[in-house]
Structure formats: C-alpha cells, structure tokens
Design a protein around this ligand. Structure first.
Ligand SMILES: Nc1nc2c(ncn2[C@@H]2O[C@H](COP(=O)(O)OP(=O)(O)OP(=O)(O)O)[C@@H](O)[C@H]2O)c(=O)[nH]1
Ligand SMILES: Nc1nc2c(ncn2[C@@H]2O[C@H](COP(=O)(O)OP(=O)(O)OP(=O)(O)O)[C@@H](O)[C@H]2O)c(=O)[nH]1
Length: 437
C-alpha cells in the first residue's frame, strides 16, 4: 500500500521548515531511526491519528542558481507531481502577495486537494485576520503558528481527512519490487533483462497519481505474478528540477513506498556512496524487504578475494542491513539474473512469515536461559510473553515488566535468536515492548 505524500509549499521564509519540524515533533512517532536519513530536512515519515504519511518540504530541494521565481514555481510543480495532499503556506502577518498568487496559479492546475495554512498567526487578533486569504480560492484558511505550535493539530486533522481513499476493490496480490540506485548503475538494463526474458507482460499500469509506469507480469518459471515498480522513465520529461540529486532521491522514495521488496543496485566499479546509504536506510525504516545487487560485476578483475572483499565493504557501509542478501550480477553478460526474481519472491515470503505464539515462547525460554535478561539500576528485565502482531514486516510484541529495561542490545539479541531460528532473510523485523499490567 502506498503511503500518502504531503508536501509543504510556499514562498521562502514563510516558515516551511519550522512547520515541518513541528509536524514531526507534534506527531511524536517518526519512524526513522537510522542516522543519516533524517538529517536532510526534505522528507520524513510521520503519522497522525494512526495514519502514516510522508512529509516533503519542497523548500529543502536545492535549486540554487535558479532565480527565486523559478525556484518557487519548480517547488510547486514538484508538489503537484509528488504529493497526494498539498499544504500551501502563506504569511498571516501580511496580506496576499504577488508571490502567493503565483504559487496559487500553479496549484489551480491540479485536482489534488490543496489545504491553505496561514502561518505566523501568533495571537488571537492575528487568528481573526485570516479572511483576506479566502481570495486565493482554496477554501477555509487554517490559522497556525509554527513558532508556537498552535493550530498544527487542526491542520493535521484536515490533512489526514484529505488523504485519498485506498481502492481496495483492486487489491493487488502481485509481488511488488523495484530497482533503486544512482544514475548509470544499470537499473534499466536489469529491468529490461528481466522483463525481456520469456515473461509475459500482463499490463502497463499508469501510476494513478504519478506518471510512473509499473509493469505487471507473470513469471512462468516461478508461476508467480510480479509488479515491477518503475523508477527510471520520469527524468526523461526534461524539467529543470529533475536533474537535482534530491529530486531523484524523492522519486526513489515514492518507488520504495510502493514496493514490497527493494533491490538496491550498486555499481561494482564505484562501490558504495552516501546516496546509496540514504535510500537503503529509507527502505529499512519503511519495513521493506531489501536485496543488495552489485551490478556490472563483469567489469572487475577478480581473484579469490574480490567477492568477499566487496561483501565486507557492504556489511561495513550498511550495518543495519545485515539481513539483506547480496547478489553479484551482470546485466550485459546475463550473470545471475535468474536469481533476482527467485530471491525477490523468497524475501517476499519471509517478510510475510507468521510464527505461532507457542513456538515463539519456546524460543523466548531458550533465549533467556542462554543470555539472562539484563539488570538495570537493580531491576531485572522480565519478559513474560511474546507474540507476533503483524507481518510485512514481521512485528513482535514482548510483554515486559518495564519498557525502559529492554535495551537495544538485548533487543538485538532477541532479533538474532529469531533470525537464527526462522528464515527472515531479506526482511527487517520489529520488536515492540509492552508493559504488562
Ligand atoms: N512570528 C512567527 N515567526 C515564524 C513562525 N513560523 C516561522 N517563523 C519565522 O519565520 C522565519 C522563516 O522560517 P523557516 O521555517 O526557516 O521558513 P522556510 O519557509 O522554511 O524558509 P526557506 O528555507 O527559505 O524555504 C524564521 O525566522 C522563523 O522563526 C510563526 O508562526 N510566527
Ligand atoms: N559492463 C557492464 N555494463 C553495464 C551493466 N549493466 C548496465 N551496463 C551499462 O551501463 C550503462 C547504464 O545502464 P542503464 O541500465 O541505463 O543504467 P540506469 O541505472 O538505468 O541509468 P539511469 O537511467 O541513468 O538511472 C549502459 O551503458 C549499460 O549498457 C553490466 O552489468 N555490466
């Protein structure tokens, strides 16, 4: 299921990043926990009233070099392309400006919901002063103060109400996967090699909100249905902003949101880069299955150590992805390409795996006898019971005497026990402590 995308738009200095931070802090459960993923203020996963969404601050997309008016225009267009709900921010301490009108003109072109937020409404008088903004034509203005945090909850209510209704009539049972990676690593070549290989394409689906083309096909050998999520294509439209790195990261995030399994493609000639870590970290945080594909393997001179060395490099660079299988491929020589769909399918099953409570509690008993639970400040962690509450990814609740006592290291130990006992290759797993009354 795709996560709705919410974009903040408005002229510079209007308070976008203040509001961005407010929404994230206000919200209280950011899903990100990997260093390096949130540093960039352009996106974050958040949720409100139990509904998850991805927040984009279009002001964070660097377009330096472009004149201000072009920047604002591009940012509004990115919002239209990428978002399901657009939050248009204006300044309540002046009246409508020429720039507000310019942004509005661009936003009129979309059928997507646009919610008008009047920022810097710091006190009651200013909150009364919002009526000017009806002239922009986006319905009721919502007074907020990013600085003080007032009105943010009501704004979030409006945002969540505007989310598209998930179309469940077409509940799609195919295995959705994508190739994510920097330019030129060989994504298109891998897609073509896999689609070209005696597999019947069922349909090309126009992305509903974005113009990505996803390809649904039947794999005869595995007798399974797949959907290849498109990540390339887009850049070819030739808009200015499409060549910026942050924009290409945003595109990758949309594809990751739609995927069950993400193949992170690296170029064997170049090794690992910061951007690779960032997108892989996002896939991990989003609970997606991850496979690392080292492509262009044909270009390396190999000896006994080449593969092992590369693997060590990857394990070092992507420490939180120790569970991800690594595949060394050549799209041009056809090396190990067959293994990609097989592995995708296996990782899909692992991410969907459900373990019975009785079996889990046997494991728990064994685990706590191998490594006694820690004592913190004189108090011992007690784990009474463990049960699986979700799949995709597998999520376990452990009932404990005190949440604070379940430290990272013991949690990791339990995860390793789970991985040693069951096949969770390629999928993240989550453990949530709950205090038993
Ligand atoms: N009085 C008042 N000031 C605010 C409020 N929200 C933001 N500001 C101030 O407005 C200025 C701009 O805020 P930012 O959040 O950096 O604005 P931005 O839209 O992200 O700016 P760009 O990065 O240029 O796009 C800062 O000095 C904030 O402190 C508010 O609700 N009331
Ligand atoms: N030697 C070698 N070259 C490859 C391999 N895979 C792709 N290439 C070449 O690398 C270049 C880029 O391949 P693409 O498939 O277009 O890469 P991409 O990741 O889709 O690139 P963007 O569309 O720019 O994101 C092409 O010249 C390919 O022929 C491979 O396994 N080995």
């Amino acid at each position: 299921m795709a996560v709705p995308v919410v974009a903040l738009v408005g002229r510079p200095n209007i308070g976008k990043s203040t509001i961005f931070n407010r929404i994230i802090n206000e919200r209280l459960s950011i899903v990100e926990d990997t260093p390096g993923v949130t540093r960039d203020r352009i996106y974050a996963r958040a949720s409100w009233l139990g509904k998850e969404f991805r927040l984009i601050d279009t002001g964070g997309i660097d377009m330096s070099g472009e004149p201000m008016t072009v920047q604002i225009k591009n940012q509004a267009e990115i919002a239209i392309d990428e978002a399901d709900v657009i939050v248009f921010i204006v300044n309540g301490q002046n009246s409508v400006t020429k720039e507000d009108e310019d942004v509005a003109k661009i936003l009129y072109r979309t059928k997507k919901p646009v919610i008008l937020a009047v920022n810097k409404a710091d006190n009651p008088e200013q909150r009364e002063n919002i009526y000017d903004f009806y002239t922009l034509g986006f319905g009721d203005p919502n007074p907020i103060s990013g600085a003080q945090g007032t009105g943010i909850g009501d704004l979030l209510d409006e945002i969540v109400k505007a989310f598209p209704v998930e179309d469940t009539s077409e509940e799609d049972e195919t295995i959705k996967f994508s190739f994510i990676g920097r330019p030129n690593v060989g994504k298109s070549s891998l897609v073509n090699a896999i689609l070209g290989d005696e597999r019947v394409i069922v349909s090309n689906m126009e992305g509903t909100t974005r113009d990505a083309i996803d390809t649904k096909y039947h794999d005869d050998k595995l007798d399974k249905d797949f959907t290849m999520i498109d990540t390339a294509g887009i850049r070819k439209r030739g808009k200015v902003y499409e060549n910026t790195e942050k924009y290409s990261v945003l595109r990758a995030l949309s594809a990751i949101d739609k995927s069950d399994v993400v193949c992170v493609v690296l170029n064997a000639e170049e090794g690992i880069r910061e951007q690779d870590k960032r997108v892989a970290g996002y896939a991990h945080n989003a609970g997606k299955g991850v496979i690392i594909v080292v492509n262009k393997w044909d270009t390396l001179k190999k000896d006994n150590h080449t593969m092992k060395d590369f693997e060590n490099q990857i394990r070092d660079g992507f420490q939180y992805l120790a569970y991800a299988p690594i595949l060394f491929t050549s799209a041009v020589k056809g090396q190990r390409l067959d293994q990609i769909p097989e592995l995708v399918s296996r990782v899909y099953d692992n991410r969907d795996r459900r373990i019975q409570s009785a079996v889990l509690n046997d494991l728990l008993l064994r685990a706590t006898s191998i490594a006694p639970t820690p004592v913190v400040n004189g108090k011992r962690l007690r784990i009474y019971y463990m049960t699986q509450v979700a799949v995709q990814p597998p999520t376990f609740v452990v009932f404990v005497n005190d949440n604070e006592l379940l430290h990272f290291s013991y949690e990791r130990f339990l995860k390793n026990q789970l991985r040693d006992t069951f096949d969770f290759e390629g999928t993240p797993i989550k453990i949530l402590p709950r205090k038993r009354k």
